[in-house]
Design a protein around this ligand. Sequence first.
Ligand code: NAI
Ligand code: F6P
Length: 385
Amino acid sequence: MKAVHFGAGNIGRGFIGLLLSRSGYEVCFVDVNDRVVSELKRRGEYPVILASEQRETLTVTGVTALNSMSEPEAAARAVADSDLVTTAVGVSILKHIAGTIAEGLKLRKQGNAEAKLHIIACENAIGGSSQLKEHVYALLDEEMRRWADQTVAFPDAAVDRIVPLQQHEDPLQVVVEPFYEWAVDQSQMFAGFHKVEGVHYVDRLEPYIERKLFTVNTGHCSAAYIGQLQGYATIQEAMKDEKVAGHVRLVLAESGAVLIAKHGFKEAEHQAYIETTLQRFANPALTDEVSRVGRSPLRKLSPGDRLVSPATQAYERGLGYDYLARTMAAALFFTAADDVEVEELQAHLRGAGPESTLAKYTGLGADHPIVQAALRHYEELSKAR
Ligand SMILES: NC(=O)C1=CN([C@@H]2O[C@H](COP(=O)(O)OP(=O)(O)OC[C@H]3O[C@@H](n4cnc5c(N)ncnc54)[C@H](O)[C@@H]3O)[C@@H](O)[C@H]2O)C=CC1
Ligand SMILES: O=P(O)(O)OC[C@H]1O[C@](O)(CO)[C@@H](O)[C@@H]1O
């Protein structure tokens, strides 16, 4: 069994590659980072360390890698010959890997036309695989699309494992939290597929992806934005401050009310999920920088993402959204080196002011009550600085 995984970064090596390898797949990573690609090729294995008291080391074996910039034909050939394709590159990068996948599908149609293929985007987004499918289909002609409709499926997925930035001498070593959840929509899959051990195959993904995105990711970015305003560099430090942890709890109570009302989660079970999430954020065996967790603030402020979507759904149901709005306001103060979205956000903020910035990037328009609530918080947070 062969799998091709795009993105040999933290989630790629520390989560998806690990589970695929444990399920008997030979994993070929495709990346643009030459150092990581060369090392994977040379060693064929790498260590994953669980961030717990025992610090157990798992060795992922049977792996190789290709650089899609310098070896594009080999990367396309790997897709053509694979049994499964996965990605963890960042949702904004999906359009850049679509070309290699499209070329791979063309080769596959010539020599491996009957074998069904699943392509699963493991990104923090609703409908990540569906988005990837659109990018790939835009590069295929009508005949190829008809063939792909019968042969290639793009099941959506939800992935959850906290993997901070890695700073080790060994460029392949990756330290991950012990917890993980990978849910895949099996209603979008061909029958008889080879199951990956540890994946939770579900008939309806929406409750899983929304619970994950609107709890783990909503809470995490709230800790990052409010935590940075309080002067903290890491999530672990920030979560020790009741001002930050208390805010995160209030945010999760708002998104939780939406999740309970919409998906019928039992209140006590959802509260337990929140408590587990808060403990994961505080894990003393991890050092997770607020700059990583708050990264790409425009994506995080965008309409379908972890702040605006639960706030809008709360508003539509007559539920509270004020603490979600406060996190949106705090996002406007977020700084991180080398983050192009921070630069764009700050440039717009300087030129057009907070109301226009919130209206534009949330997609809600200036008059929306959520934007007006965020604006009030922005003014209050500005005075407090
Ligand atoms: N790190 C985490 O805790 C979690 C991350 N995620 C999601 O997983 C995805 C990946 O995140 P991380 O692993 O943290 O990021 P990362 O930055 O560690 O890894 C991304 C990898 O993609 C590679 N890449 C960039 N452009 C590429 C291209 N054109 N072709 C092939 N590879 C390319 C990069 O070189 C890098 O190795 C994101 O969508 C993120 O939201 C989801 C759950 C947890
Ligand atoms: O690129 P993003 O969306 O910030 O992804 C990282 C997020 O995903 C998580 O790993 C949760 O699964 C958090 O660590 C973090 O908030």
